[in-house]
Design a protein around this ligand. Structure first.
Ligand code: SF4
Length: 247
């Protein structure tokens, strides 16, 4: 799959928070203590609005094929997509397959990604996962969750992103933005990313699942901001259950 850098709608790109993203593991949420659950009609209405505003939402991690997507996601833990893209643009020019990554070697790989947090450990993982892809999967990114999660540096979120973006599966990757939106809105409250993931899978109608993860990430990244949500321009402000919303 050839994929160049993708863009979100201008409106969504209007404000970009500087905070890095992270796996929101076991963090207490900002969900309303008790709120009325969304009706199926309300959930459908919300996703119809997201779809109308941005029919083909894209992820913002630059990649060229499933392998470079996998590497980009592994590098993105505790880092911003923009920071990862800055490093991987040059890296993927010389190493867009596991074989080329091994030929590059760990020391040179470190030089390409040293602006990314935890780069030493991430370089180790990228070399180890490249070796494993060649040894066990014919040099290809595997297509099952269990196989992807067996790769060094790859967890459930990585598997969800790769399965969704590279292979079109209806997975729901929960990063810090999706976690916050799921809880604040009360669309899918949960104390862990897994609870929010399973909650969203339960309530989001199948026809929206292909893109739901991107709509929610972009909504959290550019509208439902962590510190100061932009409720006044929020597409779903009438549906949101957050008691502190400003509209
Ligand atoms: S109304 Fe405010 S808190 Fe609710 S989803 Fe929109 S931006 Fe977030």
């Amino acid at each position: 799959m050839a994929k160049a850098k993708t863009k979100s709608s201008p409106k969504l790109l209007a404000k970009q928070p500087k905070s890095s993203k992270s796996e929101p593991s076991k963090r207490k949420s900002s969900r309303p203590k008790s709120s009325r659950s969304w009706t199926p009609a309300e959930v459908r209405e919300a996703f119809e609005r997201f779809r109308k505003a941005n029919p083909e939402p894209k992820g913002e991690l630059e990649h060229l094929n499933p392998f470079t997507l996998l590497v980009a996601v592994v590098l993105s833990a505790q880092a911003t997509d923009a920071g990862v893209n800055k490093a991987t643009r040059a890296l993927f020019e010389v190493a867009d397959t596991p074989q080329k990554m091994l030929a590059l070697g760990e020391a040179k790989l470190r030089d390409y990604i040293r602006t990314i947090g935890l780069y030493r450990n991430k370089a180790k993982n990228v070399i180890a996962l490249s070796e494993k892809l060649i040894a066990e999967f014919g040099g290809e990114v595997p297509r099952t969750r269990a196989e992807i999660e067996s790769l060094p540096g790859a967890g459930r979120k990585t598997a969800n992103v790769v399965l969704n973006m590279a292979f079109g599966e209806h997975t729901m990757a929960v990063d810090t933005h999706v976690f916050r939106v799921g809880n604040r809105t009360a669309l899918a409250p949960g104390n862990t990313p897994l609870e929010v993931e399973l909650g969203l899978e339960k309530v989001v109608p199948p026809e929206f699942m292909r893109h739901a993860h991107h709509w929610l990430i972009l909504h959290g990244r550019y509208t439902c901001l962590a510190r100061k949500p932009r409720c006044e321009v929020c597409l779903i402000n009438d549906l949101c259950r957050w008691p502190e919303k400003t509209v």
